[in-house]
Ligand binder design. Structure first.
Ligand SMILES: Nc1ncnc2c1ncn2[C@@H]1O[C@H](COP(=O)(O)OP(=O)(O)OP(=O)(O)O)[C@@H](O)[C@H]1O
Ligand SMILES: [Mg+2]
Length: 477
């Protein structure tokens, strides 16, 4: 009850805040205060008769009050206005199930699952004997994008998935994305946060910027917090930046676009900038969307030092596009990765661009233990001692750890072939391989130290030095 009271108090201050009213109505609905819920949904409609969420809310109240035909009529009306409304499909699924029409219930459930990548409804899933995640995995149909394609005329400059192929044949669209996943694309689920050891801060930052806003849109709206923004991840090679970007695809329930800058360089004057513009346009047209640039290093030079005007123009275009992302409706999260942050233009770090810069350092002891457990999975290892191996691999990157396992497996395999019988990988072998390997992150730290040492101190280099200090403590010398 206390949270209801808190929203009630907030509403007294701003009684016409539609987002707050909706939040309150939903909270009432959740606590089954149906009359109160209905009344405040009606209040929303008095302020704005077009509020689909309020129509839908009343439909839900009706359903809970046992008036399923009234609920169905309202939900159908919502779908006439917004055919891709996942919640309306979900409600219709419940209505049909209650009326005994299982086939129709499944049809609407599947539709909801495909439209909304975050949707899950354990109770309904149990009754229907299918899960939203499985539906998404088994069906590649990118429904929400299809809807956009049909609702926008071909003369519209915004790109949709269906329009991609045609569009790329025509002049302004000569760029093709390396990876473009819709929420239900089965190819995107290969890697998730669970496959990454450590990086808890980064995982949470990504959740805060794009996952939670999609799960709790009203809360974000009520508090005036925007979705998306820019995160720059940086750090020594082999510590999981690229792996993290791949996991974002598996974790984030919205469109996902990944671009290699090398793909968009074009020898013709102005074409590279146009390609970059097109990428940002595509992300905006398909928002909510995560737009990923791995290896930003090709832009990572201070504009003042760049002789090649092509790169300079591209940097300027990039900054311009990032500045254009501030509007409330542009729910795009841009994530860039680099291992040369010190040579990246300081302008990238201004608020509203990559306003969050997060170091991905070599894993600390607990993160190494996690990575070791992940790497050891499904391998024939006798008496794995995670702690001991973690202690023997201080300063190792994830890639270094992977190398230790690969090398030990290779040596064991060779011994097995010669002896003619299967031999497990031993701890001794793993430890001795680790002891013979120098962590590959060392030279990066030395380079970073030098680069920031030589630079004139400004806010940016101070930041870089700060992370170097933080990182050096993480190196557990
Ligand atoms: N935190 C981690 N958890 C699990 N595996 C990891 C982790 N970090 C690195 N690895 C392993 O190391 C490999 C290489 O890491 P990755 O390519 O992501 O590094 P990177 O930071 O992108 O390096 P670069 O700066 O050279 O691009 C991964 O594919 C993975 O097998
Ligand atoms: Mg990488």
């Amino acid at each position: 009850m206390s949270s209801l009271q808190a929203i009630r108090d907030a509403l007294q201050q701003s009684p016409d805040n539609i987002s707050l009213l909706l939040l309150y109505s939903r909270a009432c609905l959740e606590q089954l205060q149906l009359d109160e819920a209905r009344e405040s949904f009606e209040q929303v409609l008095e302020l704005d008769a077009q509020q689909i969420d309020a129509h839908l809310g009343i439909a839900r109240v009706l359903f809970l009050q046992g008036e399923s035909s009234g609920a169905a009529v309202r939900a159908e009306r919502v779908l006439q206005q917004e055919p891709e409304n996942a919640q309306a499909h979900l409600l219709l699924s419940r209505v049909y199930l209650a009326e005994g029409d299982r086939a129709k219930a499944i049809e609407h459930f599947d539709r909801a699952a495909m439209i909304d990548g975050t949707m899950s409804d354990p109770a309904l899933e149990r009754e229907l004997g299918r899960t939203a995640r499985d539906v998404r995995r088994s069906s590649p149909a990118p429904l929400n994008l299809e809807a956009m394609a049909s609702s926008e005329g071909p003369e519209d400059s915004e790109l949709t998935l269906d329009a991609f192929d045609e569009a790329f044949d025509d002049p302004p669209y000569d760029w093709r994305p390396e990876t473009f996943y819709t929420p239900g694309d089965p190819n995107r689920f290969g890697t998730t946060f669970a496959d990454i050891g450590g990086m808890d801060e980064l995982k949470e930052e990504i959740r805060l910027k794009i996952i939670y806003p999609l799960q709790f849109p009203d809360l974000y709206k009520a508090y005036g917090k925007r979705t998306g923004g820019g995160i720059l991840i940086y750090g020594p090679p082999g510590c999981g930046k690229t792996l993290m970007l791949r996991a974002v695809a598996g974790e984030v329930p919205c469109n996902f676009l990944s671009v290699g800058l090398h793909e968009i360089f074009d020898p013709y004057f102005g074409s590279t900038e146009r390609n970059l513009h097109q990428i940002f346009e595509t992300a905006r047209a398909n928002s909510p969307c995560v737009l990923v640039f791995d290896d930003l290093d090709s832009l990572a030079q201070d504009r003042r030092n760049i002789r090649e005007s092509q790169v300079r123009n591209l940097v300027n275009q990039f900054l311009h596009e990032m500045d254009g992302m501030k509007g409330e409706n542009q729910r795009v999260l841009v994530i860039g990765a680099t291992n040369q942050p010190w040579s990246l233009d300081p302008a990238f770090r201004r608020p509203g661009r990559f306003d969050q810069a997060i170091l991905v350092p070599p894993p600390d002891a607990p993160a190494r233990a996690q990575i070791i457990s992940l790497l050891a999975k499904d391998k024939p290892i006798s008496n794995l001692d995670v702690e001991a191996l973690s202690a023997a691999t201080v300063g190792f990157s994830g890639a270094d750890l992977k190398w230790v396992f690969d090398r030990a497996a290779e040596m064991t395999l060779s011994a097995a072939i010669h002896s003619g019988q299967p031999i497990p990988i031993t701890m001794d072998r793993l430890i001795s391989v680790a002891q013979g390997h120098a962590p590959s992150t060392q030279s990066w730290f030395e380079g970073a130290q030098e680069s920031t040492h030589a630079a004139t101190p400004d806010a940016y280099t101070t930041e870089v030095r700060k992370f170097l200090n933080a990182a050096s403590t993480q190196r557990e010398p």
